[in-house]
Design a protein around this ligand. Sequence first.
Ligand code: AR6
Length: 176
Amino acid sequence: MERVVSGIKIECIQGDITKQAGFDAIVNAANAQLRTGGGVAGAIHRAAGPGLEQECRPLAPIKPGQAVITGAHKLPNRYVIHCLGPVYGVDKPSDKLLAECYRNALKLAEEHGICSIAFPAISTGVFGYPMKEAAEIAINTVWEMASSLKSVKVIRFVLWSEEATRIHEEVLGTKH
Ligand code: AR6
């Protein structure tokens, strides 16, 4: 499903964040050390190859809500933007920190002339954020930023499960 706000396309698809050929940047649901791990981070580092971890090393550690940018190495993109989401209920206020991830990723995208960016559902795996709450924060944050974006034209949410996709579509469908 897709919606357009202030000339920016926002879409939700079910899929794999490492398979977003044609997108300038993909976002990693990273860990503080910017190392490989499980979930999205594991998949991104495996697909990118060891050069990504090497490039990440001097940029770590990062704090919840923060974002840093690297090249994409063997991935079919130009950049990877690494965000550290909050651990739900531990890194507080979790809602503000999760919104900061999306805001900071979009800020970096603007600074690097990125047109298209694909996000996973940050913090909704190992970090335990309930999917519905996370989807509302993610979509509200990018929706609110849309009118200030100059370079970014397409924002895609890439959801792993059918359930996550349905929830994101539902939230996106209610925006006006
Ligand atoms: N493409 C898109 N979404 C995916 C993929 C994929 N290939 N794989 C999993 N997801 P997580 P977090 C979904 O755990 O909660 C890591 O080990 C997944 O179903 O990757 O921010 C890091 O090293 C879930 O909905 O990220 C950190 O230590 C969402 O992506 C920690 O986990 C995020 O799940 C970060 O935890």
